[in-house]
Design a protein around this ligand. Structure first.
Ligand code: NI
Length: 143
């Protein structure tokens, strides 16, 4: 495993729409492992592939209840509303209130390509939305 450089605000990479991840091989697993190490070292609760310079649709989240890897995630349902300060490892030192759904259900693939569905609320729902935004070239400061 290795800590990767986190792309910062101002880099065009963060504004691009990522492409579908089609292969579920050792290379992907290595990148996901590196992303986890990078996120934990930076004390973040989520990290998306474009933040380490990879324009593919996957991200990781850990809000304190375990690591979840979302490959090609899609939000199936969202409900409710919450507003709280949000930050981003690509926008260091800044926090700003963002309104997000209180509950989301996401369908994604795991690192082996198996499809699963996961529901989340509160901070975890917020993290899912924030990271999936990254895959579409959106930053929380745009919201
Ligand atoms: Ni972010």
């Amino acid at each position: 495993m290795a800590i990767r450089n986190i792309v910062k605000l101002g880099d065009d990479i963060l504004r691009k729409v990522c492409r579908t991840q089609l292969t579920f091989d050792d290379k992907l697993h290595q990148i996901l492992d590196d992303m986890a190490e990078t996120m934990y070292a930076a004390e973040g609760v989520g990290l998306a592939a474009p933040q380490i310079g990879i324009l593919r649709r996957y991200c990781i989240v850990d809000v304190g209840d375990g690591l979840i890897e979302l490959i090609n995630p899609v939000i199936l349902e969202e409900s409710g509303e919450q507003t709280a300060d949000e930050g981003c490892l690509s926008v260091p030192g800044q926090y700003k209130p963002v309104t997000r759904p209180m509950n989301v259900t996401v369908r994604a693939q795991d690192r082996n390509g198996n499809t699963f569905t996961v529901s989340a609320e509160g901070l975890k729902a917020r993290a899912f939305c924030h990271e999936i935004d990254h895959l579409n070239g959106k930053l929380y400061i745009d919201r």
